[in-house]
Write a protein that binds this ligand. Structure first.
Ligand SMILES: [Zn+2]
Length: 179
């Protein structure tokens, strides 16, 4: 099953220096576009405040990182992250999941574990399948193009298409199996 561990960003510091409560209504799926870091490396970077960013928080943050071995949670589900669209609805209302794509990582396993994680979160947070979206879904104000090609390996020509539908089917299958 899912090997899930918790490694929170320290409360009151770095990407959690400001307490920002959230009630999640969406799940946003990303890929890291980092070809060297596994889930542990991303957890460490978040925990150490290494991911500075030009947003209102000053850091990038998200809720889960998935690789072919483990799922690591970095933020409580009731706290807002900074992974999608600055101060837009993607960050205000969604749980952010990053899929790893470093060399040596089994991408098929990673996608499969992500689908199971999404199904689990749909159950526990009461989120419908139509609110499971790729990062692409959230336009980023001031960026060109506004809609990011993310997660690039689940999009077709930079947009949700057949590959994204296959992923949603997989999520739906796990969701139904959980009832
Ligand atoms: Zn993304």
């Amino acid at each position: 099953m899912l090997h899930m561990v918790t490694d929170y960003i320290p409360k009151g510091k770095y990407g959690r220096w400001k307490y920002r409560p959230m009630k999640a209504r969406y799940i946003t799926v990303h890929s890291t576009q980092n070809y060297t870091g596994d889930a542990q490396a991303h957890a460490k970077a978040l925990r150490n405040g290494a991911l500075r960013a030009g947003n209102s928080l000053g850091y990038l943050t998200w809720h889960f990182t998935v690789d072919d071995k483990v799922v690591i949670q970095h933020l409580p589900l009731n706290e807002r992250g900074e992974h999608a669209d600055f101060d837009g609805p993607g960050n205000l209302y969604s749980i952010g999941i990053e899929m790893c794509e470093h060399r040596g990582n089994n991408l098929g396993f990673t996608i499969d574990k992500t689908a199971r994680l999404v199904a689990y979160l749909m159950r526990t947070e009461n989120i419908p399948l139509k609110n499971v979206v790729p990062h692409y879904h959230w336009p980023r104000r001031g960026k060109t193009p506004p809609n990011k090609d993310c997660p690039h390996f689940l999009l077709d020509n930079g947009k949700p298409g057949r590959k994204w539908q296959v992923f949603l089917k997989k999520v739906e299958g796990y969701y139904k199996a959980m009832s």
